[in-house]
Design a protein around this ligand. Structure first.
Ligand SMILES: NC(=O)c1ccc[n+]([C@@H]2O[C@H](COP(=O)([O-])OP(=O)(O)OC[C@H]3O[C@@H](n4cnc5c(N)ncnc54)[C@H](OP(=O)(O)O)[C@@H]3O)[C@@H](O)[C@H]2O)c1
Length: 252
């Protein structure tokens, strides 16, 4: 198992659940997000409860400066990171073609360029130190054509699958975590109407994280928490694309 983890988007939802569970398992942490006071509160709580070291890094990962700061933390040889959790994310209100293209650029930076830059830094650093692990938080949306967000998540899934095989010989495991709907701040922040999502489709962030970490120890390159979403992902892969697109049309 790893000893020091860097978790992006650790102030709420899935990222906070990762930070909490990893601290519980005794990992030191670097927690990254934009909101310093929330990061400090998380760090203080985890230090007090689990007696681990927690470094706070305030960074906007949709900016070059933010990506560079997080990448530097990953290549710092004095405080080596063994596990990267590329989790920070958000959704943009409105469908592609109606949104501001500058906002779409920021989304691309946050959901694609940031994980790419952090993976690059982590792989270069871990390869020289005997290995490590990377968890890329994708989405079950990666299996369905559902606009720009699902395209970004499909990119991350695809890269993760390749990297897991390619870097196996230097002992770096790469997992794409593909959850369905998880109760977090995500939908409210993205002004999504979730009133039509049935209760059975909702997952808990702590359970999603437990599944991901269990699958990591089992060397599973793709982790899809819950049988119901495994089934939906399998259907999405095998049913005709136009049908899947129509069914998925309500989400973004
Ligand atoms: N919730 C779901 O149903 C669901 C399903 C599948 C996949 N996912 C994915 O899971 C990941 C986590 O989402 P969540 O559901 O836990 O959402 P969340 O509760 O809204 O948390 C998002 C986290 O990302 C951080 N963040 C947002 N924009 C950032 C930026 N520009 N730079 C740095 N940090 C930023 C936020 O902190 P600050 O605001 O402090 O920066 C927060 O810590 C995302 O990648 C999302 O796409 C979510």
């Amino acid at each position: 198992m790893t000893r020091r983890a860097l978790v992006t988007g650790a102030t709420s939802g899935i990222g906070l659940a990762f930070a909490t569970e990893l601290a519980h398992r005794g990992h030191d942490l670097v927690v990254v997000a934009r909101t310093t006071d929330r990061l400090e509160a998380v760090a203080e709580q985890l230090r007090a409860k689990h007696r681990v070291e927690v470094d706070v890094l305030t960074a906007d990962l949709s900016t070059d400066a933010g990506m560079e700061a997080a990448a530097n933390a990953l290549t710092d040889t004095t405080r080596p990171v063994d596990l990267l959790v590329n989790n920070a994310g958000a959704s943009l209100a409105g469908w592609f073609g109606t949104t501001d293209i500058a906002d779409e650029d920021r989304q691309l930076d946050l959901l694609v360029r940031a994980p790419m830059h952090l993976m690059d830094a982590a792989i270069k650093s871990m390869a020289g130190r005997g290995g490590g692990a990377i968890i890329n938080v994708s989405s079950v949306a990666a299996f369905t054509p559902r606009g720009v967000y699902s395209a970004h998540k499909a990119w991350l899934l695809n890269l993760s699958r390749w990297a897991d095989v390619h870097y196996d010989d230097v002992n770096i495991a790469v997992q794409a975590l593909c959850p369905g709907f998880v109760r977090t701040e995500f939908h409210q922040r993205g002004e999504m109407d979730i009133s039509g999502v049935p209760r059975w489709m909702w997952l808990r962030a702590d359970k999603v994280v437990a599944t991901s970490l269990r699958d990591l120890t089992r060397d599973k390159p793709v982790s899809i928490p819950s049988l119901r979403y495994k089934t939906l992902a399998a259907l999405a892969r095998h049913l005709p694309a136009p049908f899947v697109t129509r069914v998925a049309k309500r989400g973004r």
